[in-house]
Design a protein around this ligand. Structure first.
Ligand code: 3HC
Length: 286
């Protein structure tokens, strides 16, 4: 199936950029969020981003207005999915919330619609059985910032059909992304397993008082050539996301080693969730 219409559920950190990326690649996109403030922020971002791309000489005026034409931010989920070939869910990392959403999507989407989750860790088999179309439910995982990062992980659990995987891989390519296909479901997929190893060690070094978070970032950038240090990246992807992901894993495994680190818990409790709120490890207000 050729995908031409995409619905994005959740206009937060990831959703609004995935929506814009798809609209700039010629898809008809409808994006929604239950929080009107987040939706308003996403609309302003899209407008501003496209204007800036034109000023920077990275995009023609025609391409920018075409992208805006392709993209609608709508207040209800029903409006978003009514004609969608593909739905990409980008909401909070809580399994029960996602299962509820997918059960509803199954009821209100056309029969042919593929339902993908952008979850960072939750494999789609944990969600697919909330629907009557498990063969059309898969992981399609983008990276932050989604407008820049090329990779998309597509995961084919046992329940996912070849047709679904082909359609999603092709849609990712049409978005100018570089998709990789995982033939098995595994917690954290490829990238987050690699990232987690670095992040855990960085948090451990900080919690042990070995070095400041700034110096750990400097070490990763200047000693390993990483574009960003682990704490800058935590601020970008969201301390809240790291907290929820850790808690979900801990709930499932019961292993205290899976709990978010004391530093992440402290930052989460203080509301210092990173760039999106103006403060995380670093201060973005200035
Ligand atoms: N949104 C959109 N575009 C952005 C952006 C943002 N937040 N930040 C930077 N950009 C764009 C700029 O507009 C610029 O575009 P241009 O070159 O076409 O004009 C380009 O990115 C480079 O920007 P800068 O020169 O300002 O900054 P850098 O060269 O430092 O790049 C970066 C910024 C791309 C964010 C780079 O630091 C980087 O690659 N960092 C690592 C990001 C990463 O590892 N992401 C994966 C996170 S893990 C994840 O997402 C998984 C999830 O499950 C948690």
């Amino acid at each position: 199936m050729e995908i031409t219409k995409i619905a994005i559920i959740g206009a937060g950190n990831m959703g609004h950029q995935i929506a814009l990326c798809a609209a700039m690649s010629g898809f008809q996109v409808k994006c929604t969020d239950t929080n009107p403030d987040i939706l308003a922020k996403a609309i302003a971002f899209a407008d501003n981003y496209l204007k800036e791309r034109v000023i920077k000489g990275k995009l023609s005026e025609e391409a920018a207005s075409q992208a805006l034409e392709n993209l609608a931010f709508v207040p209800t989920i029903e409006e978003a999915v009514v004609e969608a070939d593909l739905v990409i869910e980008a909401i909070i990392e809580k399994l029960e919330v996602k299962r509820k959403l997918f059960a509803n999507l199954d009821k209100i989407c056309p029969a042919h619609t593929i339902l993908a989750t952008n979850s960072s860790y939750i494999v789609s088999s944990k969600i697919a059985d909330a629907t009557n179309r498990p063969e059309k439910v898969c992981n399609m995982h983008f990276f932050n910032p989604a407008l820049v990062m090329k990779l998309v992980e597509v995961v084919q659990g046992l329940h996912v059909s070849e047709e679904t995987v082909d359609s999603v891989m092709n849609a990712a390519k049409k978005m100018n992304k570089t998709p990789v296909l995982l033939h098995k479901e595994i917690y954290g997929f490829l990238v987050n397993r690699l990232l987690q190893a670095t992040r855990q060690e960085a948090l451990k070094l900080l919690d042990m008082g070995v070095a400041s978070f700034e110096d750990i970032d400097t070490a990763a950038m200047n000693g390993l050539g990483y574009p960003m240090g682990p704490f800058q990246l935590l601020d970008l992807t969201g301390v809240d996301l790291a907290y929820h992901v850790g808690m979900e894993k801990y709930k499932e495994s019961g292993d205290p080693a899976d709990r978010p680190s004391p530093t992440v818990v402290e930052k989460f409790t203080k509301g210092e969730w990173g760039k999106k709120v103006g403060k995380g490890f670093y201060d973005y207000e200035q």
